[in-house]
Design a protein around this ligand. Structure first.
Ligand code: G6P
Ligand code: MN
Length: 446
């Protein structure tokens, strides 16, 4: 079984490879092909993986290449985890938005639109090549903004592309822990778009335990979302929002906190990663340790300004473990490759699962997964307020897709202007001008 990873020089690869090393099951991945446009990073990460594999018998064989076609031929699964424009591009996305007084964040609002505008053409070209060179492969998309990018790729690959995110898993796990129930036994009634979803129920043995939690302010204050949003707001909503909804519900506070911060998240990560790769290049570098240190530092600072903005205090140490991209990805691969039926919250084409959106819209909902792929489960309707947000943001994503297809500047302006977190058409115009100045990848917009 061959797994190809696009963005294979990325810093999260050791997590994925670690999960593969732990998999002893029949039919597991035996070959990993790493592809990246940056040869230096590929070498650096391959060294970390070689360290990890030391002493493990039958460790999946790792090869590296900068040739995309070569990487795709013969692949059974393709993980797409690219970052068009790098972390420097992300820092620009954030900075330009904040200078206009609107949220500057990787996936939400103006930053997410800018990132989408330059990523979609690249992702779509990759999807075309997969369709040509590895038509039977399954593509698992990690590339952000994950919902939008998955929808773009689905126009070439249909339901052979599945988008993943660890945030619904992380949320579900935290809520289960607050309730004292085993997450493995729970059904999570979660629905929305990527980074824009709500947990409306948590069912164990046929009983929804969420109303009990919502009635208990102390228990609500005991986990990350309760501290971020406050128990009272969760009670008003009657659901637990994905942490990314903090950018909507506390927009003014987070924008201010991000503006006052010494550096944006992207700028921080850009410097951190530059140090990390430089360290790995030294012959005496403690490769594995330096990777782990980088990861721990990254995770401990995740969403720190959001917490500052609402005095939510420190993130609970037990919350720090990431929701586990690698575990979601592995569970998904296993279910498909071995017909091991499972349920996962994934980004797939709607096919009627979420009523107000059309069949082609990629949504984030629970899915049954088997050898034939991921089948979205029809979920109960979202409340009006959530439907409004989901439809508004999907309309923005569709404008981004239209802009990438037509190369029309006007469509790109429309994408920014229609976003609920961008409050003026003039701001939208200035944002696009600002982004076009710094991102060569946006030159196609005329
Ligand atoms: C969460 C999100 C991902 C995001 C990641 C890292 O896991 O679901 O989409 O990539 O956080 O965020 P960071 O700010 O550390 O890059
Ligand atoms: Mn995500």
């Amino acid at each position: 079984m061959r797994l190809t990873v696009l963005g294979g020089g990325g810093f999260r690869l050791p997590l994925v490879y670690g999960a593969l090393l732990g998999d002893r099951a029949e039919g597991r991945v035996t070959e990993v092909v790493l592809h990246d446009v940056d040869a230096g990073r590929l070498t650096a990460i391959a060294r970390v993986l070689a360290d990890q594999a030391e002493g493990v018998s039958d460790a999946p064989e790792v090869s590296v290449t900068t040739d995309l076609d070569e990487a795709l031929r013969g692949a059974d699964f393709v993980f797409s985890a690219i970052r068009v424009g790098g972390l420097a591009g992300r820092a620009d996305d954030e900075r330009i938005a904040l200078a206009e007084g609107v949220l500057g964040q990787e996936t939400v609002g103006a930053g997410g639109i800018a990132y989408g505008l330059r990523t979609v053409p690249v992702a779509r070209e990759i999807a075309r090549r997969v369709a040509r060179l590895a038509p039977d492969a399954w593509v698992i998309n990690f590339t952000n903004p994950a919902g939008l990018v998955t929808e773009a790729m689905s126009r070439e690959l249909g339901d052979r592309v599945i988008g993943i995110c660890d945030s619904p898993v992380g949320l579900g796990r935290r809520v289960a822990r607050a309730l004292g129930v085993d997450p493995e036994r729970a059904w999570f009634d979660y629905a929305g778009l990527n980074h824009l979803g709500w947990l409306r129920g948590l069912v164990v043995d046929g009983r929804d335990e969420l109303p009990g939690l919502l009635a208990d302010p102390t228990a609500l204050g005991s986990f990350e979302e309760g501290r971020l949003f406050g128990p009272e707001w969760l009670q008003s909503l009657g659901s637990i929002p994905n942490e990314y909804l903090h950018y909507y519900y506390f927009n003014r506070e987070t924008v201010r906190a991000y503006q006052e911060a010494e550096q944006t998240r992207g700028a921080f990560l850009n410097r951190q990663q530059a140090r990390f790769y430089a360290e790995l290049e030294r012959p005496d570098a403690p490769a594995w340790e330096s990777w782990d240190r980088t990861r721990a530092e990254r995770e401990s600072t995740y969403m720190a300004h959001n917490r500052e903005a609402v005095d939510a205090g420190e993130r609970d140490a037990t919350d720090l473990e990431s929701g586990g991209y690698e575990h979601v990805a592995l569970a998904l691969m296993r279910a498909i490759a071995h017909h091991q039926r499972t349920t996962l919250i994934l980004n797939v084409r709607n096919r009627g699962a979420l009523a107000p959106l059309d069949e082609q819209a990629v949504v984030e909902v629970p899915c049954f997964v088997d050898a034939n792929g991921a089948h979205p489960v029809a979920v109960s309707p979202l409340p009006d307020h959530a439907t409004g947000l989901v439809c508004a943001v999907k309309a923005v994503e569709r404008e981004v897709l239209a802009a990438t297809e037509s190369g029309s500047r006007a469509r790109a302006v429309k994408a920014f202007a229609l976003h609920p977190l961008i409050d003026s058409v003039s701001v939208a115009r200035r944002l696009l001008d600002g982004y076009r100045e710094v991102h060569p990848g946006l030159a196609y917009l005329r």
